[in-house]
Design a binder for this molecule. Sequence first.
Ligand code: ADP
Length: 249
Amino acid sequence: MSAPVQLTDIRKVYGTGPSAVTALAGVTYGFEAGTFTAVMGPSGSGKSTLLHCAAGLDSPTSGDVQLSGQSLRTLDETALTELRREYVAFVFQSFNLMPALTVRQNVVLPLTLAGKSPDEAWVSEVIQRVGLGERVRHRPSELSGGQQQRVAIARALAGRTAITFADEPTGALDTVTALEVLALLRNQSRALGQTIVMVTHDPVAASYADRVVFLVDGRIVSESPHPTAENVAAELARLSAGRLSRSES
Ligand code: ADP
């Protein structure tokens, strides 16, 4: 069986002719079930492009993305939206909550949009799990940044999707809150078997993942199966130095 998120020779080129930019230069990778993977690399190495292509938010120039065994290549926009609703949840740096809705309404919104009736007991449980049991009727503007990101995580849990994509989920949070949010994400993959793919530039955030893949110039160049903040920072420094010396020669 293929991995829940399977990328096969993904290339992404922006623009054409002399101004064309190759953002992904042939990425093949399977994000295995129940694993939490961080994607790292220097700025401009293709991390966001990889996440957007993997999540079906953008289409690669060539290559194939499979989500839960289904190739995205053959799907039209409607089928793609349905597939995403069924299998995928998102956590973004900017939280992406609806200001007019309460915590609980935000958490169930993807389910509502998908025309599903929420499992109320499960929704209550995930809101408890992220520590917002006392805040269900609050609106996002009445919450701190960390609490808003917890709402986004509860939303990612509520639908019991197989996959969560997280794009710099702790980018807007202070250090202590960031660590709590990362622990929630790690727990989400361990306890619920969710496959989590997280783009980050922070070695500490990456150390919460089961493994880290490193991108340079649109290619996966190395992997860390036992990430610590120290070995991830060292690998990033090594890769950035290699890139600099190549561009100077
Ligand atoms: P990262 O997330 O690692 O910083 P990106 O995936 O954002 O990298 O970008 C990879 C490369 O693709 C960069 O050279 C960037 O300038 C280019 N790029 C990204 N998005 C676009 C776009 N919409 N149009 C043109 N070039 C883009």
